[in-house]
Design a protein around this ligand. Structure first.
Ligand code: PLP
Length: 381
């Protein structure tokens, strides 16, 4: 009889589990499931990145590295951040096994029991879980009445935050909506952050995946450099989900504190994977553009297919997700869609916004077409 800690008991198992369990059961029975539920590129990692990892392995890069990352990678990251208008020395960066670990270290370093964290809904599922594990409380702003844009929701954000708010999380381009927030929206965030002395976490993991627009880094907005923590990772832009590589950058005091958590838990990110990360940052622009172009074509095709069925989907300019408006009981809709039409999606309620299903268009055009046809055939559109 183990006595479990409240920090894990506060957290619910992921609402996406029900769907992936159903999908796995169906697939085990030989059913062909169109899986639009996964948040990862359907591309393989670019060859030059794989080669760099192999070379590093061959060269014996298999031991521990400095806890916060190898100097070459931290320098490449600092150069990338400088391109984005962010000025960080290498001692203001921690390299982590994935962006998720970066977020975990940031939250655990900044949140005390009862500290208020503000999320923009719909928000990626793990923010809420991590905040709760860290002991924080949540304030939430619903962007769904505003087509998932932040600029028209700034008044609502202004009402949600106060001097009690410690942290605001901004994720643009957004998972699950694909929305890219305008510079005016980011300036609105700045005004509120300064007014209420809020630290802003900028999750830029989809920054490299935008269509016809550029995403400004929040920390590059005038007045935000000292109050922004920027995180990014290699999973999405470079199709490296299974490599587990990410990083965050922020004020040196934060890096000192978070570095304790980092060194006493993960020690360091995988050695040869960090070397592959240097190659990804320095020599992989072409592959990134190719994948981005493919995602853009699929986004347009998918939106057109839904429009053909009379469904108007708010289409974002980044990431590879769409929120399809469905019944109020989105959980039942998603379970039905997978059981009847064999199409897997994620209920919007998992992201704090019922009434929608999140679709990932990181799938081939054929599979996307098949998915829409099946949904229509079974009366889900
Ligand atoms: N942030 C967002 C918004 C994400 O969607 C994800 C992955 O799904 C992550 C962070 C973390 O990704 P990773 O841990 O693979 O770097």
């Amino acid at each position: 009889n183990m006595d479990f800690a409240s920090r894990v008991q506060r957290v619910e198992p992921s609402a996406t589990l029900a769907i992936s369990n159903l999908a796995a059961e169906l697939e085990a029975d030989g059913v062909d499931v169109v899986d639009l539920s996964v948040g990862e590129p359907d591309f393989d990692t670019p060859q030059n990145v794989k080669d760099a990892a192999e070379d590093a392995l061959e060269a014996g890069e298999t031991g521990y590295t400095p806890s916060n990352g190898i100097p070459e990678l931290k320098e490449a990251i600092a150069a990338k951040l400088a391109d984005d208008g962010l000025d960080h020395d290498t001692d203001e960066i921690i390299v982590t096994p994935g962006g998720k670990q970066a977020l975990f270290e940031i939250f655990m370093s900044l949140i005390d029991d009862g500290d208020e964290v503000c999320l923009l809904d719909p928000a990626w599922v793990s923010y809420e879980a991590m905040v709760k594990m860290a002991g924080g409380s949540l304030a939430r702003v619903d962007l769904s009445p505003h087509d998932f844009q932040l600029e028209p929701a700034l008044d609502a954000l202004g009402e949600a935050v106060s001097d009690d708010t410690e942290i605001l999380v901004v994720n643009s381009p957004s998972n699950p909506t694909g929305a890219v927030y305008s510079d005016a929206a980011l300036e609105g965030v700045r005004d509120l952050a300064v007014e209420h002395d809020i630290t802003v976490i900028s999750d830029e993991i989809y920054k490299e995946i935008t269509y016809g627009v550029d995403q400004t880094s929040l920390g590059a907005i005038d007045g935000m450099a000292d109050r922004t923590v920027t995180l990014n990772g290699f999973s999405k832009a470079y199709a490296m989900t299974g490599w587990r590589l990410g990083y965050f950058a922020g004020p040196e005091e934060l890096i000192d504190q978070a570095g304790k958590l980092h060194s006493h838990s993960v020690s360091c990110a995988v050695n040869f994977v960090q070397h592959a990360g240097v190659e990804a940052l320095e020599n992989t622009d072409e592959a990134v553009v190719e994948m981005r172009d493919a995602f853009e074509e699929r986004r347009d095709m998918l939106a057109d297919l839904f429009a053909d069925h009379g469904v108007d989907v708010p289409v974002g300019d980044g990431a590879f997700y769409m929120m399809l408006p469905v019944d109020d009981d989105d959980q039942a809709w998603c379970e039905g869609a997978i059981e009847d039409a064999h199409v897997a999606t994620v209920p919007g309620s998992a992201f704090g916004t019922p009434g929608y299903a999140r679709l990932s268009y990181a799938a081939s055009k054929e599979r996307l077409q098949e998915g829409v046809e099946r949904l229509a055939e079974h009366g889900y559109l």
